[in-house]
Design a protein around this ligand. Structure first.
Ligand code: 5AD
Ligand code: SF4
Length: 353
């Protein structure tokens, strides 16, 4: 049974009407079967209209798994003594980036735990070298640092920054991130936006204690900040963390959030996250059919990749570029040729077909 109310809200969202928190909650609570199908189809239409058929690839290099933080959900947390730690040498990181560029990647994502060995200057130097050698767009995903660090990295040639807000509930955030404050995260995000980075953020779906109302609030925060990119993934419990026994997020709820994010943001870049691919064999394909337009293959050398275990299953051999190409073409889509910046917003009234 499809609820009339659901259809009305879906149509409103698609047409660009501003939805209330309560309406967003109803969208996120799409019922299994027909309602979900309509939600995913609407997201796929909006994706086609606003960002087209291209799937943009980003090569991720996980260059250090040291982290000074102690997030309850994450395998890299500092209290996880079972994880062997590594830090790639600067020249090794540059070489990995060059190889990725030679394979055709036009964006390099430099990702790590919060590792302050990579000082402002070391990181800036790394960015300059990779930019010089590859000309690729550079995305940083290295956590919270001083705004002056962010500024130096922007000047060195970084284009984008990923910093997920994880959850918009201040209490849940404080609990899950071992005393850190949501408002500090939001201040960092604002600093990044002010510096002119393309900013990616996002949340986890299915966190312990997270309600559907919290998820609706997450969406409200996403729309308020107008992030350029959104990483939306299910929470997957890691055995060597305090949340080992938690339930974790489901594929369906994550896809519903992703689809709603496409419908409401229109032109944001939305990756089919690795975590979705880990939970379900065709998780990434399903995401690409429910609003996603980005895939982020991991190009970290094998010996390190095995040790970047944020959640279980993540370190399995990655899909290589050719396999991603086949998957994308199999869906009737193509690999983006450009660097895949967020396209300019188009109003639906400009529609020509
Ligand atoms: N399950 C899913 N995603 C996780 N992350 C961290 N731990 C987990 C987990 N157990 C995500 C967070 C963080 C990024 C490093 O990985 O969203 O931003
Ligand atoms: Fe560190 Fe990020 Fe993991 Fe938190 S989520 S422990 S900041 S790597």
């Amino acid at each position: 049974m499809v609820r009339t109310k659901f259809i009305e809200i879906l149509r409103g969202g698609e047409e660009g009407r501003q939805l209330s928190r309560r309406e967003i909650q109803i969208l996120l609570g799409a019922r299994k079967g027909e309602e979900c199908r309509l939600l995913f189809q609407a997201a796929d239409r909006i994706r086609e209209e606003f960002v087209g058929k291209s799937v943009h690839l980003r090569a991720i290099i996980e260059f250090s798994n040291f982290c000074r933080q102690n997030c309850l959900y994450c395998g890299l947390r500092r209290d996880n003594r079972r994880l062997p730690r590594y830090r790639m040498a600067l020249r090794e990181i540059v070489r990995t980036a060059e190889n990725a560029a030679a394979e055709g990647y036009k964006t390099i994502v430099l990702q790590s735990g919060e590792d302050v060995w990579f000082t402002r200057n070391r990181t800036a130097d790394l960015i300059r070298r990779i930019k010089d050698q590859t000309g690729a767009a550079i995305t940083l995903s290295v956590g919270e640092r001083y705004p002056e660090d962010y500024r130096a990295w922007k000047q060195a040639g970084a284009d984008r920054f990923l910093l997920k807000f994880e959850t918009s509930s201040p209490a849940l955030y404080r609990y899950l991130r071992a005393g850190l404050e949501l408002k500090d995260r939001l201040n960092s995000l604002q600093a990044l936006l002010d510096l002119g980075f393309e900013v990616g953020s996002g949340n986890m779906v299915g966190l312990p204690g997270q309600s559907i109302r919290d998820l609706a609030r997450d969406m409200g925060l996403i729309l308020k900040y107008d992030f350029d990119m959104l990483g939306i993934g299910p929470f997957i419990p890691h055995p060597d963390t305090p949340l080992a026994g938690a339930r974790g997020g489901g594929v369906e709820q994550t896809l519903k959030f992703l689809a709603a994010a496409r419908i409401l943001t229109k032109n944001a870049n939305l990756p089919a996250t690795t975590a979705l691919g880990v939970l379900r064999e065709h998780g990434r394909e399903r995401a690409l059919l429910a609003g996603a337009n980005v895939v982020m293959p991991d190009v970290t050398p094998e010996e390190y990749r095995r040790k970047y275990e944020i959640y279980p299953g993540k370190t399995r051999p990655p899909v290589d570029r050719k396999a991603v190409g086949r998957m994308v073409r199999g869906l009737g889509r193509g690999i983006g040729r450009g660097r895949g910046f967020r396209p300019p917003a188009r109003l639906p009234s400009f529609r020509t077909s």
